[in-house]
Design a binder for this molecule. Structure first.
Ligand SMILES: Cc1ncc(COP(=O)(O)O)c(C=O)c1O
Length: 426
């Protein structure tokens, strides 16, 4: 049996997650369908972090003592594991606070390159240059590019979405021009689950000399991702959405690009030489990691990577596809429910956002919460996408390795109950 066809032993997995054993409102068993916001954490991750603090706590890359050495090993060991997990070289993995910071790192490095006399042309952004993004982005992969354009006088352009929530690629070729400095595109929408053809977009962008950054916050936790095979220049994700701790994320950057890129944040740990007149910087990835790093979080992230690798990312993706298919089938049968985004699992991950006719998403969320079903409501930090799909807000269920078909059924029962409660059409 290959990893892709292996089934997850969901009962065994659930036993690893203490939060899933909780009862919540009204004594109901927690049905956690909000992993797109943040995942629950297994004992293995909690233990790794605790054990670091208990037995190895020290600042990495500093002390000449035993604990300092152990902390450095834990931190660099985590980098090595993350690199192997996403098909990168060790030097291509920059540790950040989260995906948001990883994306901002590139955007600020580009404006730093623009103002520095010695800035590389590859990163310099001038008036008349363009950044291309899409209407499908999480704000984390939109606002930093708006801000970069404001700082530099460049123009932001974007690809739209089709009514079924796919990326509208009809104008891809004409939208990427010789003036395009960078294309920023999601690898999996956090609202519709849509998986755009990032490798194809990267191919077109590279033909025209543009850089490509993909927001992998919702893909790395849920499907096998090989940064090199994807052909992107930068890729960003967060630890907390992939069973790991908060406060740690990753920027993958192609080695030659990181080498040529100026730093974003500066200070200790990232310098080569400091004089009062000025400083020089270390090679990547240290150049982009100022200050004492998040070592306990790195140990937790390494444990999360081990956990997911043990399950096999092919099996993780297959499990989520089965949950998504069941959710699409089940929700489609409820009169008055409109699913946002693709109605099949083809090129679609496990985020299912929907509207319930006549019931405000916050009311749907509140009724579900009364039943112990945790979902997210609102615009999910993707306001332009909601506008493009003609809705103000939605209710969103997201799935992960520990979810079951019975939990999807609990969601559907809860939606029907909300419809009855608010006297909505059924
Ligand atoms: C697609 C996508 N990109 C970026 C982010 C930002 O992640 P973080 O808040 O961990 O930086 C999220 C978080 O929800 C997301 O779903």
């Amino acid at each position: 049996m290959t990893a892709a066809t292996a089934h997850l032993d969901v009962d065994a997995i659930r036993a690893d997650f203490p939060a899933l054993a909780m009862t919540v409102r009204n004594g109901n068993q927690l049905v956690y369908l909000d992993s797109g916001a943040t995942s629950q954490k297994p004992f293995q991750v909690l233990d790794a972090e605790r054990s670091f603090y208990e037995r190895h706590n020290s600042a990495a890359h500093r002390g000449t003592h035993l604990l300092g050495e152990e902390a450095t090993d834990a931190y660099e060991g985590a980098r090595e594991k993350v690199a192997a997990f996403i098909g990168a070289d060790i030097g291509e993995v920059v540790v950040t606070k989260n995906a948001t910071e990883a994306i901002n790192l590139v955007a600020y490095a580009m404006s730093n390159a623009t103002v520095a006399a010695a800035g590389s042309d590859r990163f310099r952004v001038l008036p008349g240059d363009e950044i291309l993004t899409t209407e499908m982005e999480h704000h984390a992969n939109l606002v930093p590019w708006q801000q970069l354009c404001e700082r530099t006088g460049a123009t932001l352009r974007w690809l739209g979405v089709t009514p079924d929530g796919r990326l509208d690629l009809d104008r891809l070729d004409s939208m990427i021009t010789g003036r395009t400095k960078l294309v920023a595109v999601t690898h999996q929408s956090n609202v519709t689950g849509t998986i755009p053809p990032v490798a194809e977009i990267a191919r077109v962008a590279h033909e025209k000399g543009a850089l490509v950054l993909t927001d992998a916050a919702q893909s790395v936790p849920h499907q096998p991702v090989d940064a090199a095979a994807l052909g992107v220049d930068f890729l960003a994700f967060s630890g907390h959405k992939m069973l790991g701790p908060y406060g740690i994320g990753v920027l993958f950057g192609r080695a030659d690009l990181l080498e040529a890129m100026p730093p974003f944040l500066t200070g200790g740990s990232m310098i080569e030489m400091v004089r009062m007149e000025g400083s020089t910087f270390l090679p990547p990835p240290q150049r982009f990691e100022p200050g004492v790093p998040a070592v306990a979080e790195a140990a937790g992230l390494a444990a999360a990577v081990d956990y997911l690798s043990g399950l096999g990312m092919g099996a993780v993706a297959a499990h989520e596809e089965s949950l998504t298919a069941h959710a699409l089938d089940t929700l489609r049968e409820i009169n008055g429910v409109r699913i946002l985004g693709p109605d099949t699992t083809k090129d679609r991950g496990g985020a299912v956002a929907f509207e319930v006719e006549g019931v405000h998403p916050h009311d749907v969320g509140q009724v579900l919460d009364e039943l112990g079903v945790a979902v997210r409501t609102g615009h999910h930090c993707a306001w332009p996408l909601h506008r493009a799909l003609g809705v103000q807000a939605s209710t969103r269920a997201t799935f992960y390795v520990y979810n079951t078909h019975a939990e999807v059924d609990a969601l559907a029962d809860g939606i029907r109950y909300a419809q009855r409660f608010f006297g909505a059409r059924q």
